[in-house]
Design a protein around this ligand. Structure first.
Ligand code: PLP
Length: 401
C-alpha cells in the first residue's frame, strides 16, 4: 500500500460495473467478439426536445455559473414533478440539483456522517452506496435479502439491523442491480418499522421510478408514510428516465436544514451542475412525457425475453423483476463445476470471468453488489444482441462439467 494515499480511499473499491464495462471495451479493441451486458445506461437517445432546449440555452448565453443548488426554473420543475407524480409537497428551498444522482448521495453523506455512524444498505445494492458511506467516514451495514423474497428487504430484518448508531437507511426501488420494486403495501411495512425509530433518516433513491412493468404502481417512502417526511430525502434524476446519463443532472428534495448542509458541501466541491444541462433538465421534466411508457414497453419485452432464455440455461435461476433494466440471476447451479479448459468455478466472480473468456459475454459478478452467488445483466441493449448473448450463456452453462 502506498503511504501517500489516504486511509479513506484505501477503504474503497473502484466501481466494479465501470471495470466490467472497461474490460469488455478492451477485449473489443483487441478484435474479440464481445457483447457487454454490464452497462448501467439506457441504449436510447436523449429526446430531441430536450437537446433543443440545451442548444437554445447555449445560443442565449446561459453558459455562466448558476446558483450552487440549481436554477430557479429547474427547482420549480422539480417541485412540480414531486407533486404531480408522487403527491409530495416541497417548496423550492427544499429542492436541490447536483451533477448527477451520485453526487446527491455523496453530498448527503458528507454533510451528515460522523465516524461510527451506521448506514443500513439492503443487498444486493448499487455498488456506490457502501463506498460513498466509507469515503464520508461512516460505516455501511449491509442486510442480505433473498431471491425467495424477490430480493426485497423484510421488516424484521430492518428492525434487527437498526442500532443507536444508525443514521440512515438507503432504499432503492426499482433496484439496481436486482430490478426489485416495492409496492406501497410492502413499503408501508418498512416505514412502520422506521416510525418506531425517530433518529433514523431515509434516503430513497428513486432513479428508476419510470422503468416499471406489468402495470406496477410506483411508491416512495415519504408518500406512503407522511410521518417520515421530516426525515426523508427523496432523490431522483434525469439519467435513466430521460436517457441523459452524460448530461449529469440529479435532484432531490427534503428538509430545508439538510438541503442547506448539502448546498454547503457542493459550494466547496463541484459548485453548480452544468448550466446547459440544467436548462435541458427543465425541458425533460416539464415537456412531453409520452415517450416514457413507449420505452418502458420495449424494456418489458426485453426483460421477458432475457428471463425466459436465462431460465433455460443449465444451473441458472432468474426471477422476474418489477422494474429497472437489470436482472439478477443466481448461478448457484454452476458453482463447483469445471469449464472446458479445466478451471473450477468457485465464485460468481469466477463465473463472470470464465463467461467472458469462453463466450465474450460481459456481466457483473454478484459479490460486487454484496450478494452471491449471482450476477447482474443489463438488458438495455437490442433484442438481437440479447438473443445472441443469452444463447451464448446457455451454451456456456451447458459446457460446464
Ligand atoms: N442510483 C442508482 C440506483 C443508479 O443505478 C445510478 C446510476 O447507475 C445512480 C443512482 C446515479 O446516477 P447518475 O448517473 O445520475 O449519477
Amino acid at each position: 500500500k502506498m503511504g501517500f494515499i489516504s486511509d479513506a480511499l484505501n477503504r474503497i473499491q473502484p466501481s466494479a460495473t465501470i471495470a466490467a464495462t472497461q474490460k469488455a471495451r478492451d477485449l473489443k479493441a483487441l478484435g474479440r467478439d464481445v457483447i457487454s451486458l454490464a452497462a448501467g445506461e439506457p441504449d436510447f437517445d436523449t429526446p430531441d426536445n430536450i437537446k433543443e432546449a440545451a442548444i437554445k440555452a447555449i445560443r442565449e448565453g446561459k453558459t455562466k455559473y448558476t446558483a450552487v443548488d440549481g436554477i430557479p426554473e429547474l427547482k420549480q420543475a422539480i417541485c412540480a414533478k414531486f407533486k404531480r407524480e408522487n403527491n409530495l409537497d416541497y417548496g423550492p428551498q427544499q429542492a436541490f440539483v447536483a451533477p448527477g444522482g451520485k453526487p446527491i448521495i455523496f453530498n448527503a453523506m458528507i454533510a451528515t456522517l460522523n465516524p461510527g455512524d451506521e448506514v443500513i444498505i439492503p443487498a444486493p445494492y448499487w455498488v456506490s452506496y457502501p463506498d460513498i458511506v466509507l469515503l464520508a467516514g461512516g460505516t455501511p451495514v449491509s442486510i442480505e435479502t433473498r431471491l425467495e423474497d424477490g430480493f426485497k428487504l423484510q421488516p424484521e430484518a430492518l428492525e434487527k439491523a437498526i442500532t443507536e448508531k444508525t443514521k440512515w437507511v438507503i432504499f432503492n426501488s426499482p433496484s439496481n442491480p436486482s430490478g426489485a420494486a416495492y409496492t406501497a403495501a410492502e413499503l408501508k411495512k418498512l416505514t412502520d418499522v422506521l416510525m418506531k425509530h425517530p433518529h433514523v433518516w431515509i434516503l430513497s433513491d428513486d432513479m428508476y421510478e419510470h422503468l416499471t412493468y406489468d402495470g406496477f404502481k410506483f411508491a416512495t417512502p415519504a408518500e406512503v408514510e407522511p410521518g417520515l417526511y421530516e426525515r426523508t430525502l427523496t432523490m431522483n434524476g434525469v439519467s435513466k428516465a430521460y436517457a441523459m446519463t452524460g448530461w449529469r443532472i440529479g435532484y432531490c428534495a427534503g428538509p430545508e436544514s439538510l438541503i442547506k448542509a448539502m448546498t454547503k458541501v457542493q459550494s466547496q466541491s463541484t459548485s453548480n451542475p452544468t448550466s446547459i444541462s440544467q436548462y435541458a433538465a427543465v425541458e425533460a421534466l416539464n415537456g412531453p412525457q409520452d415517450f416514457i411508457p413507449e420505452r418502458a414497453k420495449v424494456f418489458k419485452e426485453r426483460r421477458d425475453l432475457v428471463v425466459s432464455m436465462l431460465n433455460q440455461a443449465k444451473g441458472i435461476k432468474c426471477p422476474t423483476p418489477e422494474g429497472a433494466f437489470y436482472v439478477y440471476p443466481s448461478c448457484e447451479g454452476c458453482i463447483g463445476k469445471t469449464t472446458t479448459d479445466g478451471k473450477v468455478i468457485e465464485t460468481d466472480e469466477d463465473f463472470a470471468m470464465a463467461l467472458i473468456e469462453a463466450e465474450g459475454i460481459s456481466v457483473v459478478h454478484g459479490a460486487a453488489f454484496g450478494l452471491s452467488p449471482f450476477f447482474r445483466i443489463s438488458y438495455a441493449t437490442s433484442t438481437e444482441e440479447l438473443t445472441d448473448a443469452c444463447e451464448r450463456i446457455q451454451r456456456f452453462c451447458a459446457s460446464l462439467r
